[in-house]
Structures are given as structure tokens and as C-alpha cells.
Design a protein around this ligand. Structure first.
Ligand code: ADP
Length: 504
């Protein structure tokens, strides 16, 4: 079977006196001293449900453990909400909507949302550490992206709250009432901000459920809601598993439901709500292609491809998990890519040098391993660098498959791990056809020197977002969402607000 896993290279014994270094020793030369983050995440031993502005125990009395995937240690106990708790959350939300939030002028609501944004900034380091410990992502990601971007979403939407007359020019907008939201584990705090900020700005009240493996930053944000004086019941956080999520999605008080997660669960929810008058938005899976032409700035494109799939362990629904590379440069590009991947640092997510942290859960590690094994079995050539894996925790080496064809499972199914499938193309049309040949359509990347080609590709690619000569760039002002089985509805920007209002 054509499998290639490198042996750890030995340290060079002599100096190189300016001569070019052999490729394989990069990883060994760049050993850094450990640089663990020291901020205290201020975790509680046990987290209750956040309903009506207070933390309250679940009626069932049941709790489950939240585990640090980097070392398998228990971080805290989290309440498991049952149907009665979800109902209490909806009752609190409806009361808050009817008596306070739904009637409050937008410019007053804006003050609370600004306050939340500022308090989150004040506690940014603490939140970044908590996010990394709970989810396994490298601290440099949570510190430099997740937390600042979450604050940016609150700031941006606070700015809209007193300008809602401009959301749908010529029409007046009104809130929907109470909305139910369920989010996944890959961006626990950021997804929370994406869901909460537009709903709040528009005047809705909310019942939201974080993912079972990553509830901690949501509950820490509830502390910020208390500090900000947010009226009780405006945001209610119920934690638990799929049963809790199903209760949140199906509750009769919910005027709208918003879900981000797997296509499989999204379809279950859509089926269960068919025939109801609930509004719905879905942000589901993806199988994005990064398309690199022979006139692309190659080193920049290599960096973009690495950023698109390996940073954050590929735990991104818009991850560039397929590389389509133009045949004239395919060999050179793959060689450069492997060299870059050899020097990625995998390990303790709390270390500031770490590029690839822990896989979010044992279950997710199992799914990645199964799909990677299928790639090997189906005859693709696998490359993994020789980096050491920590002895405890859930880790997976960055993996590149070449010789992949469209029929392979690794080219079609979402892997949600640091695994890249490389395919080649000869013409623009072939690139478009291959990129679109998937059930998904969330995002894509195009790397080329030609503006006209960028315009053609961005028109013809069936993807909600097309990045050109960059990847994974986000801004609260730019709408994000999918085509086909990647879902419907947009989050961010004016379009995102339209999904949380009715036109009157
Ligand atoms: P992933 O594969 O990314 O873990 P899931 O779709 O399984 O995504 O989970 C995303 C969110 O959906 C989580 O908060 C999870 O608890 C929740 N969930 C799982 N099953 C259901 C369901 N049947 N109805 C509503 N929410 C669910």
C-alpha cells in the first residue's frame, strides 16, 4: 500500500556553514522552549443552567463532565438540561421579550451589547485560555482569532441596533420574538457570538444550547451578561446533548430556529420541523476546495493552504480540505507543502508555539482515523510528518493524501480533521467542475495572478464564500453561509440581520 510516514530525522552532527540544509532536518532544528500560557481561566467546578438571569440546577439533577482533550483531565461538571428545563428557559425568554427587550428602543439595547463586547475584551485572555482548555485549539488561535472576533461581532451588531431602519430600505423591521439556537464545538464562543449578537440587536430573546464538549465559555459569557446588567431572560443557556438540542429546536415558543452543525443533524431537525411555521437557518458541513493556478504566488498559496486545513486541526466547517492544483506546478507545490507541514508544531494547545492542538474529542478522533484509513485502503498515497504525539490526549498528525480521485471517500466526505486531499486539474473548467462536484457548497479559495480568472471562478463556484489569494478571512460585516447541503441563511452583515426580523 503506498503509505509514507517519515521516520524522525536525527540531529545533524556538523555545522552547515551556510550550505543549504537537507529538507528533513527542519523539524529538528526548530525546537523551542515550552511557552505555556499562564492566565487563569477562572473555571468553576460545576456549571448550572443559565435561565432567567440566574444559574440554576437542572430539574433532573444530572450533570456530565467536560474533558480537556489535550490531556483527558476533567475540567468541570456541566448541567444536562431536560425538556422541563428547556421549557423554563423558553418561558423566561418570552417574559423578557414581552415585558422588556422586545419593547426597548434599539439605541438602549445597543448599550447592553456594547457593554458585553467591552467586558469580553477586558477578560479576553481568561476566555482564550478557557476556550483552549475546553476545546483543544491552540492558544494563538483562541487568543488572536476566536475571542477578538467574538467581541467584534458584539461591537458590530451593537452598531446596528439603533440603525435597524436601514436593514431593509423602504420597509420597517420588527423582531421575531424568541429564537432557539444550537451550536457546535469547533468555535464555541465565536459561534455563540455569531448567533446571539444579530438576534439581540434586532430585539429577539434567545434560548441557546452549546455543544456538549464545549459549554464552558458560553457559561462564562453568562457571567458577563450578569455583569452587564442584561435583563433576566433575554439570553438563556441550556447545556446538554442531542436530546437537549432537539427540545430547543422543537419548542412551540420558538419563532425561529438557527442551527450550526453537521448536515446529518441539520436534516433531522429540518424533517422534524417540516410543516411548522418556524423560520429556520442552517449552517452545515463543507468540503471546500483551495484551487491553485500555475500563476499563483506559490509560497503565499502554500501558507494559505496550510492555514486553511492544518491550523485549528481542520476543525472548521469551511476548512480547505481539498487542494486542486494546476498540473504544471503540482509536483513543486506538493514538495513545498510537505516541507511546510514538516515544521508545523503539534502539541500542548496552551503552548504559544503550537500550530496544531488537540482533536476536540475521542469520538471525533475516531471519525478522522476511520476516514483516513479509508483513504489508504482506497489507494491514495498518504504523507504524515514525523512529529511526536503527546502521550495523553487526542491528537492527529497533519496528513496529506495525493493521488486522490473524486470517487474516494476522502475527496467527498467532510473529515473535520487536519487531513488534506490533493487533486490536480488542467483547465479552468475542469477546476470548476471538480470543485463543484460535491454535495456541499460553503466556501472555496482561488489562488491566481489574474483578476479576470478570480471573477470567473467566484461567479461559477457554488460556494457561499470564495476567498481570492487568501483563506479563512472573516469580518462581522461580511455574510457567511452555504449553498446546497451546506445549508441556507446568512450570518453576519446586513443579510444576517434579515434572518432575525420580520418585515412589517
Ligand atoms: P458535529 O458533528 O459537528 O459534532 P453535530 O451536528 O453532531 O455536529 O452537533 C452540533 C450540535 O447539535 C451540538 O450542540 C449537538 O449537541 C446538537 N445536536 C445533536 N443532535 C441533535 C438533534 N437531534 N437535534 C438538535 N440538536 C442536536
Amino acid at each position: 500500500m503506498p503509505t509514507l510516514t517519515e521516520k524522525k530525522p536525527t540531529r545533524p552532527t556538523s555545522r552547515h556553514h551556510g550550505r543549504p540544509l537537507p529538507e528533513l532536518i527542519f523539524g529538528d532544528l526548530w525546537e523551542f522552549d515550552p511557552a505555556p500560557e499562564t492566565a487563569d481561566p477562572k473555571l468553576k467546578a460545576r456549571y448550572d443552567l443559565f435561565i432567567g438571569g440566574r444559574f440554576i440546577a437542572p430539574q433532573s439533577g444530572k450533570y456530565f463532565d467536560s474533558i480537556n482533550p489535550a490531556n483527558e483531565q476533567k475540567l468541570a461538571e456541566i448541567a444536562h438540561a431536560g425538556a422541563a428545563d428547556v421549557d423554563a428557559a423558553y418561558q423566561a425568554a418570552r417574559k423578557a421579550f414581552d415585558t422588556v427587550w422586545g419593547r426597548m428602543p434599539g439605541k438602549e439595547r445597543a448599550k447592553y451589547i456594547y457593554r458585553i463586547a467591552r467586558l469580553l475584551q477586558d477578560r479576553a485572555r481568561e476566555f482564550a485560555v478557557a476556550e483552549t482548555m475546553d476545546g483543544g485549539k491552540p492558544i494563538k488561535e483562541s487568543r488572536d482569532f476566536d475571542v477578538p472576533m467574538a467581541a467584534a461581532h458584539f461591537f458590530y451588531h451593537a452598531g446596528w441596533a439603533d440603525k435597524l431602519d436601514y436593514v431593509a430600505p423602504g420597509r420597517r423591521v420588527a423582531p421575531l420574538g424568541v429564537v432557539g439556537q444550537v451550536i457546535p464545538w469547533n468555535f464555541p464562543l465565536l459561534m455563540l457570538a455569531w448567533k446571539l449578537a444579530p438576534a439581540l440587536a434586532m430585539g429577539n430573546c434567545i434560548v441557546i444550547k452549546p455543544a456538549e464538549t464545549t459549554s464552558i465559555t458560553a457559561l462564562k459569557l453568562a457571567e458577563i451578561f450578569q455583569d452587564a446588567g442584561l435583563p433576566p431572560g433575554v439570553v438563556n443557556i441550556v447545556t446538554g446533548f442531542g436530546d437537549t438540542g432537539a427540545a430547543v429546536m422543537s419548542h412551540p415558543i420558538a419563532a425561529k430556529v438557527a442551527f450550526t452543525g453537521s448536515t446529518e443533524v441539520g436534516k433531522i431537525i429540518m424533517r422534524s420541523l417540516a410543516g411548522t411555521d418556524k423560520k429556520m437557518t442552517m449552517e452545515l458541513g463543507g468540503k471546500a476546495a483551495n484551487i491553485v493556478f500555475d500563476d499563483a504566488p506559490i509560497n503565499q498559496a502554500v501558507e494559505g493552504v496550510v492555514n486553511g486545513i492544518f491550523f485549528n486541526q481542520g476543525h472548521v466547517c469551511c476548512a480547505g480540505s481539498r487542494l486542486l492544483v494546476h498540473e504544471p506546478i503540482a509536483k513543486e507545490f506538493l514538495a513545498k507543502l510537505k516541507n511546510r507541514v514538516r515544521v508545523l508544531r503539534l502539541g500542548d494547545p496552551l503552548d504559544k508555539n503550537t500550530d496544531i492542538g488537540a482533536i476536540n474529542s475521542k469520538e471525533q478522533l475516531g471519525k478522522i482515523t476511520e476516514l483516513v484509513n479509508s483513504g489508504v485502503k482506497e489507494g491514495a498515497e498518504m504523507f504524515q510528518p514525523a512529529c511526536k504525539l503527546p502521550l495523553r490526549g487526542y491528537y492527529f498528525r497533519p496528513t496529506i493524501f495525493s493521488g486522490v480521485s473524486m470517487s474516494h471517500r476522502i475527496a467527498r466526505e467532510e473529515i473535520f480533521g487536519p487531513v488534506l486531499s490533493v487533486l490536480t486539474f488542467r483547465t479552468v473548467d475542469e477546476a470548476i467542475e471538480k470543485a463543484n462536484n460535491t454535495a456541499y457548497g460553503l466556501s472555496a479559495g482561488v489562488w491566481t495572478d489574474k483578476g479576470s480568472r478570480i471573477l470567473k471562478m467566484s461567479t461559477e463556484l457554488k460556494a457561499g464564500v470564495v476567498w481570492a489569494n487568501t483563506y479563512n478571512k472573516f469580518d462581522p460585516a461580511s455574510p457567511f453561509g452555504g449553498y446546497k447541503e451546506s445549508g441556507f441563511g446568512r450570518e453576519g452583515g446586513r443579510q444576517g440581520l434579515l434572518d432575525y426580523c420580520q418585515l412589517v
